[in-house]
Write a protein that binds this ligand. Structure first.
Ligand SMILES: [Zn+2]
Ligand SMILES: [Zn+2]
Length: 257
């Protein structure tokens, strides 16, 4: 399995994009940079999109990606909770500012087929087995464990805050992709908004290691660029203390699982 980090940040700039990951070129997870981070040809190969929660930086490009599909006479299946679908239909896909691709523009053949996800369920997407794993964030959020036919497994936790390690124990990944939005200097702010900083990441990884008996390779996304340098230094210290492999993800990074 090959996971490409299309967007690795919590802010959007000329060189940084909101969170999106691409599994084997065909299955996308989150839509922060699903249009802006990929060529039309790359977008045309995506048939399934897993969405974790309703925040702007994870759903924004459902508008642009859907429009590109419409122009290319294609459709896609979007997997998310009913709560997320409703929020997206009422905001980024509101007919007041754009088109609701879940119901149109042709009501008989909408651009997006919605497959409803519930917390803590297992379902099949193409050749993958996917599990939804709820985590502690400021709004309802499902992380996804994705296992391929060969048994290789990546787990993307999505946004989550201090204490998330107990939720991660529902997964047994080869690669764990999680967030580290802030540095330790912003610990209080991070906790208030349901985000991780290196200190809370270390605690969560320790919880996982104690419960699962191992530590997978870790890749971090959703880094706030204002804290990026500090995060890299502090995460390096965590990796040394835990004797763990922890990479800070970047746009374009390809992770072999
Ligand atoms: Zn969020
Ligand atoms: Zn986010």
């Amino acid at each position: 399995m090959k996971v490409r980090i299309v967007g690795a940040h919590q802010c959007e700039t000329a060189h940084r994009r909101f969170t999106t990951m691409l599994v084997d070129d065909a299955l996308a997870i989150d839509a922060g940079s699903l249009a802006g981070g990929l060529t039309l040809e790359e977008q045309s190969r995506i048939h399934d999109v897993l969405v974790t929660h309703r925040h702007w930086d994870h759903v924004k490009d459902l508008a642009g990606f859907g429009y590109n599909l419409l122009c290319g006479h294609q459709t896609a299946t979007v997997f998310c909770t009913e709560e997320v679908r409703q929020a997206v239909s009422e905001s980024v896909l509101s007919p007041r500012i754009w088109m609701d691709f879940f119901s149109g523009p042709d009501p008989d053949h909408p651009v997006y087929q919605h497959t409803r996800v519930e917390p803590e369920v297992r379902f099949t997407v193409g050749s993958y087995e996917v599990s939804s794993i709820p985590v502690n964030h400021s709004v309802p959020t499902q992380g996804y464990e994705v296992r391929d036919a060969a048994g290789r497994c990546v787990y993307y936790t999505s946004d989550n805050g201090p204490g998330c390690g107990q939720f991660w124990l529902a997964a047994r990944p080869d690669v764990l992709i999680t967030e580290c939005t802030y540095s330790n200097v912003e610990a209080e702010n991070a906790a208030r908004h349901g985000h991780l900083y290196p200190g809370a990441l270390e605690e969560a990884l320790t919880t996982f290691q104690d419960g699962a008996g191992y530590l997978p390779r870790v890749v971090l996304v959703h880094v706030n660029p204002f804290y990026e340098e500090r995060v890299a230094i502090e995460v390096g210290e965590v990796a040394r203390r835990l004797n763990a492999s922890i990479d800070v993800g970047q746009e374009g990074m390809v992770v072999s699982v």
